[in-house]
Design a protein around this ligand. Sequence first.
Ligand code: CP
Length: 301
Amino acid sequence: MKDLFSVNQLTKDDVGKIFEIAKIYKEKFNAGEKKFNDLRGYSVLLVFFENSTRTRTSFELAGKILGADTINITASSSSVKKGETLYDTVKTLEALRSDFIVIRHSMSGAAKVVADSVESHVINAGDGTNEHPTQALLDAFTILEKKGKIEGLKIAIVGDILHSRVARSDVKLFKKLGAEVTLCGPITMLPRHFEALGADFVTTNLEEALKDKDVVIFLRIQLERQDKPFFSSLREYSIKYGLSQEKINLLKEDAVIMHPGPVNRGVELQSELVYGSRSLILNQVENGLFIRMAVYKYLLS
Ligand code: CP
């Protein structure tokens, strides 16, 4: 595997191997080993055409911990501003001998286009509403760490499914690993083809979605991708689909909540629940580092 642009490329075996590598890195890191030489002599170019905190920082840190030289390229400070195409931008980066190109772009399919255009390893850090494969890997790794298994778990994904690349990658990966997946959100934000992607249940009723679940993942309302209103107000959305202290009582006693971030506090989750006892949000961020280290290593091997 030269590139990682979609969860579709991964077999269950690939996922198991990536998790194994991530687990070893995490154990060694926690034992005090803070630097590895696995990417020494390699260059990692982080090309982000959309904003990011978690993904960009963890890919950069992961590269640095593994000994790579990392360089950040943002659309606002690159020749994209002068009208250079995506193709010419990445061919230029390839000519500069980039070993890895980590790309985030607003166009669905951008990472695949880039992967097919260059010899460098290409990793999709989020392409439009299409996919975010390393987010799905870190989500599944976090669930596995907490629950000891994925197979047979009941997982609900709640919110702006229509615009969510995380939902698309999560559904594919959770199904591959044997979980039962329910999608929940306003009818305007539930694309029908999600059932075709493999989701087991789709509902517009949050109470129904919360019942009996082992894991509930809340998604950010992506106002930047909404060219028309999909619900009447954020207040109405939070009343119907946001998690409150009261609604948390509908969850199973050992159920956990997750969110890929960034959170709209008071919309998807009541503020005090963001880092509450049920929340794995910071575990997701932490595991993002080790999963991205593992993905670099796996693509090299
Ligand atoms: N989860 C995620 O992709 O977050 P960022 O946009 O901060 O990278």
